[in-house]
Ligand binder design. Structure first.
Ligand SMILES: *[C@@H]1O[C@H](CO)[C@@H](O)[C@H](O)[C@H]1NC(C)=O
Ligand SMILES: *[C@@H]1O[C@H](CO)[C@@H](O)[C@H](O)[C@H]1NC(C)=O
Length: 344
C-alpha cells in the first residue's frame, strides 16, 4: 500500500512539474513571438546575439509588468509595449530631464481675480490651428536608444508658439536646440535637464530663433543663436498657482493658452489610453516637463482630467498626449505651473 501511494504521489508530482514546464514553455514561446513582432514593428537590428538578448530581457520584463497592469483591470488607464519597451531604466530616465528643485524660484503669481471669470467646462486646444504637431525630444531616427533630457525646452516653446500664432495667424515652430545650446547661464544644463521658466528668462534677454533656421539635434552643441532671426520674445512669465490650486491652472489655460508644468513621469513610459491616476505617483517630486493644453471629464471613469502634451513623438500615448487625473494634484501636476506672456 505504502509503495503504491508513493508511486501515485511521484506520478502526480511529475505531472504537475510537466504542466508547469509546459506553461513556462508556452509563455516563453508567446513572449518570443511578441519580441519578434516588436522588433519588426520598430525596426530593431542588433549587432550581435548578446546585444539582442539584453534588449529582449528588458522588453520581457516591461512586457510582463504591462500585461499585469492591464489584466488587473482595476485602473482607469491602459499601458502598451510601445517604442520604448526595450529601453533600460537609465535610458528611460534620459527621456525626461527636468531639474527638480525644491527651492522656491521667485516669480509673480497670476491674480486670483482670474478665478472669477467664466470659462468653458471643457477645453481642448489640440483642436486649435495654433497647436503645433507633437515633437520628439530624443534622437530616435538616428540612434534608437538615445534620449536627450531636453523636455523643458519643449515645454518652453509650445506656449510661445501658440501665442504667436493666435496673434499673427501663422504657426511658426521655435527652436528647442537654441535653448539647449544657449541657456546654460540661466541655470539649464543642455541635454541634462532644466526648467521651462529658466528658458523663458533666456528668451526674455535674447529672443528665440525659429526651428527652421536652428533645427533640433538632440545633443548639446555650440550656441549658434542668430540675432537676425527673430522667432519670438517673452516679456514676462508667471505662476498659475503657488498653492496647488488646479482651478487657477484651468482658468489660465482658458485665458492664456498652454501652461508648462513639472511632473512625476516615472510610471507613464508605456501609457496608452485612459485617465492616468496612480497611487505610486509622487505629489511632490518631479522629473519631467510637459504642457497642459486642455481639460475635461471622462464619462467612463467619471474622473476629471488634464490634457497633457508630451515630447515623445506622436506615436506615444494618445497621439503624443496623455490624460492625467485633475483636481488631486496627481503626479505633482500643480507644483510648478507657469506660463509666459510672449511678444512678436
Ligand atoms: C524682449 O522683450 C524685453 C522686455 O520687453 C526687451 O527688453 C528685450 O529687448 C526684447 N528682446 C528682444 C530680442 O526683442
Ligand atoms: C500629497 O499627498 C498627501 C497624502 O494624500 C497629502 O497629505 C498632501 O497634502 C499632498 N501634498 C500635495 C502638495 O499635494
Amino acid at each position: 500500500m505504502k509503495v503504491q501511494a508513493l508511486i501515485l504521489f511521484a506520478t502526480l508530482a511529475v505531472a504537475v512539474a510537466q504542466e508547469f514546464l509546459q506553461e513556462e514553455e508556452n509563455r516563453d514561446a508567446k513572449e518570443d513571438a511578441e519580441w519578434q513582432k516588436f522588433k519588426s514593428r520598430f525596426k530593431r537590428r542588433f549587432k550581435n546575439k548578446d546585444r539582442e538578448r539584453m534588449r529582449k530581457n528588458t522588453f520581457v520584463k516591461h512586457h510582463r509588468a504591462i500585461k499585469k497592469h492591464n489584466q488587473a483591470g482595476e485602473s482607469t488607464y491602459k499601458l502598451l509595449p510601445n517604442q520604448f519597451a526595450d529601453w533600460s531604466e537609465a535610458e528611460l530616465e534620459q527621456l525626461k530631464g527636468e531639474i527638480d528643485t525644491n527651492n522656491e524660484i521667485p516669480g509673480p503669481v497670476v491674480s486670483t481675480d482670474i478665478l472669477r471669470q467664466s470659462i468653458p467646462d471643457e477645453l481642448d486646444l489640440r483642436k486649435s490651428k495654433c497647436m503645433p504637431k507633437v515633437k520628439y525630444q530624443g534622437k530616435f531616427k538616428f540612434l534608437p536608444f538615445c534620449g536627450c533630457g531636453s523636455c523643458y525646452t519643449f515645454a518652453a516653446t509650445t506656449p510661445i508658439e501658440y501665442q504667436r500664432c493666435l496673434k499673427t495667424g501663422n504657426l511658426v515652430t521655435l527652436s528647442e536646440e537654441n535653448l539647449i545650446d544657449c541657456s546654460q547661464k540661466y541655470g539649464n544644463a543642455g541635454c541634462n535637464g532644466g526648467l521651462a521658466l529658466r528658458s523663458w528668462n533666456y528668451v526674455k534677454d535674447a529672443g528665440i530663433n525659429t526651428e527652421e533656421v536652428y533645427p533640433y539635434q538632440g545633443e548639446e552643441t555650440l550656441c549658434e543663436h542668430s540675432s537676425s532671426n527673430f522667432g519670438g520674445n517673452v516679456t514676462s512669465w508667471a505662476y498659475a498657482t503657488r498653492s496647488n490650486n488646479e482651478e487657477a491652472i484651468k482658468a489660465v489655460v482658458a485665458t492664456y493658452g498652454p501652461v508648462a508644468i513639472s511632473i512625476d513621469a516615472n510610471d507613464w513610459d508605456f501609457y496608452s489610453e485612459g485617465v492616468f491616476s496612480s497611487p505610486k505617483c509622487s505629489n511632490t517630486s518631479t522629473n519631467h516637463a510637459v504642457v497642459i493644453v486642455g481639460y475635461g471629464k471622462d464619462t467612463k471613469s467619471r474622473k476629471d482630467y488634464w490634457i497633457v502634451r508630451n515630447s515623445w513623438g506622436a506615436e506615444w500615448g494618445q497621439g503624443g498626449y496623455i490624460y492625467i487625473e485633475r483636481g488631486v494634484n496627481m503626479c505633482a501636476v500643480s507644483k510648478r505651473a507657469v506660463f509666459p506672456t510672449a511678444s512678436f
